[in-house]
Write a protein that binds this ligand. Structure first.
Ligand code: ADP
Ligand code: MG
Length: 313
């Protein structure tokens, strides 16, 4: 099967017959943005060996590639709309790999309400690389940004962090826990907080998705907003499974605060709007001061976090 047959067979069905994609029969997609909306555009690339383990399953790779982009859209308060799928294959892909990969994308398209508008298929003398550019819609002027946090806002965390980091250590054989399957699943298959798009849009002053670790991503909000932040670190920031790993001294607070890949949202929420985030964890406050994050340890003292999270270089 050559490249064009492969596109027609496996990728064209992902367009769901949407006019914008023209059945992947043309050189580009043409979008009409609904009246009164703005288009939010975001890209994320996953490289084998760097962003997923070289032996990861096709469906897990597909879900992660799409979901990390949906997570970015949620952080911008945008509803998913469409995406471009760019793949560099180190060798001709097996048909069962393509079938599993595209079936997982199709299922997630239905879950999150978007379609494939096109992409690019190439060969590479290097690892498998998947780059998705996602498009989201937001009513004009209502996107959420990193830079809106104000002194006095609560720091709201949409769910526990650290599970994906533990999952990566389990996958690499570096940690063994009583809940290995749970952690592996959290690492392999993030669940973006698409459910929070509306509340983020209406009630948060600032938002970011946690891909590089809570410490690093909170620092990004502080830098963009020109605020300081103070976090009370306790077991409440973590899942019960992760707390068991902490108690077994197989991971530290710092590991869980700097490990990436959780894809929860971190929000700046004014006190008056906190009731709109009933499941959010209030982990601290934004304050006036030099941009930066102070972590108070609930067990006493401060946590020293030298290396705040993932960077490529
Ligand atoms: P060009 O040679 O102009 O780059 P391509 O042959 O790469 O064109 O692409 C032909 C059509 O197939 C385009 O509409 C493109 O969007 C689509 N396409 C190519 N690769 C993919 C892919 N991996 N996923 C979805 N659509 C794709
Ligand atoms: Mg091309």
């Amino acid at each position: 099967m050559n490249e064009f047959a492969l596109i027609a067979r496996y990728f064209a069905p992902l367009t769901q017959g949407q006019d914008a994609a023209a059945g992947l029969q043309d050189d580009g997609a043409v979008f009409a943005v609904p009246e009164g909306c703005e288009l939010v555009v975001t890209s994320d690339t996953l490289n084998a060996g760097t962003h997923f383990l070289a032996d990861a399953a096709a469906d897990d790779i597909a879900r992660k590639a799409l979901r990390v982009n949906i997570s970015d859209l949620a952080a911008m308060a945008a509803e998913p709309y469409a995406y471009q799928l760019n793949i560099a294959f180190p060798e001709k892909p097996a048909e069962d790999w393509l079938a599993a990969f595209t079936a997982a994308l199709k299922a997630d398209q239905e879950e999150y309400g978007l379609f494939c508008s096109g992409g690019d298929t190439t060969g590479i003398q290097g690892p498998l690389s998947i780059s998705i550019t996602a498009f989201g819609l937001v009513p004009a002027g209502q996107a959420a940004f990193r830079g809106g946090a104000q002194a006095g806002d609560a720091i709201v965390l949409s769910g526990p962090v650290g599970d994906a980091w533990i999952g990566l250590q389990v996958a690499r054989g570096k940690i063994d826990t009583a809940d290995n399957d749970y952690f592996l699943q959290e690492y392999r298959c993030p669940v973006p907080r698409h459910d929070l798009v509306d509340v983020v849009r209406n009630y948060a002053h600032a938002a970011i998705d946690i891909s590089d670790g809570l410490a690093a991503d909170l620092a990004h909000i502080c830098a963009a907003s020109g605020t300081a932040a103070e976090v009370e670190v306790g077991e409440g920031l973590f899942s019960a499974e992760a707390v068991a790993v902490l108690h077994a001294e197989k991971a530290s607070f710092v590991d869980l605060l700097t490990g990436g890949d959780d894809y929860e949202l971190l929000l700046a929420v004014p006190e008056a709007h906190l009731a709109h985030f009933p499941d959010g964890l209030v982990i601290g406050r934004f304050r006036d001061g030099e941009p930066g994050v102070a972590f108070n340890n609930s067990l006493g003292g401060m946590l020293e976090i030298a290396d705040q999270g993932w960077t490529h270089f």
